[in-house]
Design a protein around this ligand. Structure first.
Ligand SMILES: NC(=O)c1ccc[n+]([C@@H]2O[C@H](COP(=O)([O-])OP(=O)(O)OC[C@H]3O[C@@H](n4cnc5c(N)ncnc54)[C@H](O)[C@@H]3O)[C@@H](O)[C@H]2O)c1
Length: 294
């Protein structure tokens, strides 16, 4: 099951999964980048392309954002194929705005598709994974959440939320041999094409972004879906062209201890200065990924 697989990263994953012999459900609501509209075309088009290459696929054009429709998307896989082995939570929208101008609607719409949608789909698949005593979830996160980005509070919150969701699923479902991992992809899709490129630096960056091949996300995603990755769970990866990353996860890096306890004053005078050398700078994704992809 690949959500948002009518275009972009998801389509590449669906095609590679089919190439590897998987029977695929291509889910896609076919919406505009902001989540408006709905078009059955992209999901059916992707299915046609998979079938033309000799693969097995069926289209689903329901929304992952709704609990009941997520249940019916998973039910379609079971009706057609008799079981479900992997879910890739990839569907996504964007509603960028600087924080003090972000509307409640913009916040809710992005959380609803990315975070709630990933919950809906994972939760719908989980009883089947439990009874099969196997299953693999791959959730698309983003360096916008893992590191940070400007004007994307809704998206950053959703993508960090997905990291927590994935780890929680990995912990809760380990006893049923069910695995859950995240990937932060880098790929030139319409989502990346929304980044403003109206300055010389922006234009330069866009040229680099245009080199990010969508299909390059697929092999690693499909590898995580296979039994060959049966020991891999609770991890956060990244894929950018020919580079694959393993991301760190938060652990304490400094400890301030006072035998007599802390006052506001001693926090300001001792604890904060002590930890300050290890503070993280206000990085954005491009500050950390400061080299161009190979
Ligand atoms: N492209 C990148 O560099 C990049 C970077 C970081 C994270 N991501 C993540 O990767 C995933 C794929 O992004 P993309 O760049 O291919 O974007 P995309 O816009 O090309 O594809 C997203 C697809 O999701 C579908 N969709 C949206 N809402 C849906 C819903 N409610 N139900 C079902 N389908 C829905 C859209 O119709 C669209 O086809 C997203 O989760 C995105 O946040 C992408």
């Amino acid at each position: 099951m690949v959500t948002g697989a009518g275009a972009g990263v998801g389509k590449g994953i669906a095609m590679e999964a089919a190439r590897q012999g998987a029977k695929v459900i291509v889910n896609d609501l076919g919406v505009n980048i902001d989540g408006s509209g709905a078009n059955k075309g992209p999901a059916h088009q992707a299915v046609d392309e998979i079938r033309a290459l000799g693969g097995t696929a069926a289209a689903n054009t329901d929304s992952v954002a709704d609990w009941k429709s997520a249940q019916s998307i998973i039910a379609q896989a079971l009706d057609l194929y008799g079981r479900i082995d992997g879910v890739v939570n990839n569907a996504g929208n964007l509603r960028d705005a600087i924080f003090h101008k972000m509307s409640e609607d913009d916040f809710d719409a992005v959380i609803q598709v990315h975070l709630k949608g990933s919950f809906n789909m994972s939760r719908a698949a989980s009883p089947h994974f439990k009874s099969e005593q196997s299953g693999s979830f791959v959730h698309m996160t983003s360096t916008s959440g893992l590191i940070g980005n400007f004007g994307q509070a809704n998206y950053c919150a959703a993508k960090m939320g997905i990291v927590g969701l994935s780890k929680a699923i990995a912990l809760d479902m380990e006893r049923f041999n069910v695995r859950s991992n995240c990937i932060a992809p880098f790929a030139f899709t319409r989502m990346v094409n929304t980044i403003p490129a109206d300055t010389p630096e922006g234009l330069e960056r866009m040229k680099v972004n245009q080199r990010l091949e969508t299909a390059k996300i697929a092999p690693f995603t499909c590898a995580l879906l296979t039994d060959g990755a049966k020991d891999v769970t609770g991890q956060i990866f990244g894929v950018r062209n020919n580079e694959i990353y393993l991301f760190s996860q938060p652990r304490p890096i400094r400890t301030a201890h006072s035998g007599t306890g802390w006052t506001v004053q001693s926090c300001l005078e001792v604890a904060i200065p002590m930890m300050k050398p290890s503070f993280h700078t206000l990085d954005r994704s491009t500050d950390v990924f400061s080299w161009d992809p190979v």
